[in-house]
Write a protein that binds this ligand. Structure first.
Ligand SMILES: [Zn+2]
Length: 423
């Protein structure tokens, strides 16, 4: 199949799989059929699963560490991690396979390997979900992320839509003018970047905006939607693939047409997903534990799609605050609970950080210009979140200007305490 045909076929299949008049039961039986074929045909093509039974429940749960410990065992080309890293640093390819890596600290990055056919499928899928009317409403898509991806190559190769990448690692000023001249109709960027654009650029007039790559906090959503009008969408994607995209009604639907999701409960109704990417054939990922915390929705979406709705991607599992109470009870405080307490306590807060710096010390960072009364209200509200659970860490307030940093991922709630540090 040629690239265009592959993209078109993924586009049509995606619209068809998630079509509005399809029942959940019909969707699940279609999904089960594709999954079964993948388990029988594609899964055993890599060494890690050579002798595995073709039943999902019988497979081990894996994570980034499992895959990176023996990268060659998870891809059909038996590409070892060393070769992958070398390719990533140089040409980005090994033969016809593109090699990419996640962002993150050096010891914590993961490789991925993807074929041209998979890139085309990815493109057809994301276009169907994010800009389904691109044939009648031509799109210029600006992607502003800290790292270019082999996935975007397919877009320009296909010439179906114009897609331009802007490198967040370069200073904002270095590409703002070029972005304005490109005049994107759709912008995909981390929420803090969209907010920065909302505050700094008067020339941009996109029809559609998608927050990607970082947690979307309500403080940013408000500013972005007020400036650009319309509802801010979300694209939840990772090295592991395209995991969820907002629909026209603004709700975030899991990409169950390409992945099977299982969920492990964490706390307060939050779950972390295990992802099986049944459309990926070169690098195999089955029951892969993500580091993300999701709040699933109990109600279907008015758009009629049978794909499951996520109310919120709350943050990362790493940023949950874990406490062992003296009575032996282990407590988890998730980022959303702390964030909401602070924002609800003082409406004037437009930015903040909540950092657990030591076992019993949490720092609330607030802007210097915020009034004393609001700061105290936020501090008290945060204190109550802890005391309500029988926890009494010191809650310190620090005043700091929180500058825009292009290259660093924003984590407003961040756990910097690691018990193994012994502090
Ligand atoms: Zn919907």
């Amino acid at each position: 199949m040629t690239g265009h045909l592959r993209i078109a076929s993924a586009f049509v299949q995606t619209l068809w799989a998630g079509r509005a008049d399809r029942s959940r039961a019909a969707f699940e039986s279609w999904q089960a059929g594709i999954l079964r074929r993948w388990l029988e045909r594609d899964l055993p093509a890599v060494d890690f699963y050579r002798a595995a039974p073709p039943r999902l429940a019988a497979l081990p749960v894996i994570d980034k560490a499992t895959v990176m410990a023996d990268f060659a065992a998870f891809n059909r080309g038996r590409i070892p991690a060393e070769d992958g890293w070398r390719a990533f640093e140089t040409t980005g390819r090994i033969d016809a396979v593109s090699i990419g890596a996640s962002t993150g600290t050096s010891g914590n990055r993961a490789l991925y390997a993807i074929t041209e056919a998979e890139q085309d499928r990815w493109l057809g899928t994301i276009v169907a979900k994010a800009v389904p009317r691109f044939l009648v409403e031509p799109e210029r898509v600006a992607v502003i992320l800290p790292q270019n991806s082999a996935l975007y190559d397919g877009a320009n190769r296909s010439r179906l839509l114009r897609l331009q990448f802007f490198d967040l690692r370069q200073g904002f000023e270095s590409w703002l003018r070029a972005l304005e001249t490109f005049a994107p109709t759709t912008i995909v960027a981390p929420p803090r970047v969209l907010r920065h654009l909302a505050e700094q650029s008067e020339r941009l007039k996109p029809r559609r905006l998608f927050a990607a790559a970082e947690t979307l906090d309500p403080v940013d959503r408000t500013v972005i939607e007020a400036r650009f009008g319309g509802k801010l969408g979300q694209i939840y994607m990772a090295t592991e693939g395209l995991l969820a995209v907002s629909c026209a009604k603004g709700r975030l639907h899991l990409a169950e047409d390409a992945n099977l999701f299982e969920f492990e409960p964490v706390a307060d109704g939050l779950v972390t997903p295990l992802v099986t990417g049944f459309r990926r054939r070169f690098q195999i990922m089955a029951r892969y534990r993500m580091n993300d915390l999701l709040r699933l929705s109990g109600c279907p979406c008015a758009c009629g799609s049978p794909l499951r709705v996520v109310d919120e991607v709350v943050g990362r599992m790493d940023d949950v605050f874990l406490f062992d109470r003296p009575d032996g009870v282990r407590l988890l405080l998730t980022p959303d609970v702390m964030r909401n307490a602070v924002l609800d306590a003082a409406r004037r807060i437009t930015d903040f950080r909540i950092l657990r710096e030591e076992r019993d010390r949490v720092v609330l960072v607030l802007e210097p210009k915020l009034g004393e009364e609001s700061a105290r209200a936020a501090q008290c509200a945060l204190q109550q979140v802890f005391s309500g659970r029988g926890l009494f860490p010191e809650i310190a307030v620090r005043r700091e200007t929180m500058a825009f940093e292009g290259h660093r991922k924003l984590r407003r709630v961040e756990n910097r305490f690691r018990p193994e540090d012994g502090r």
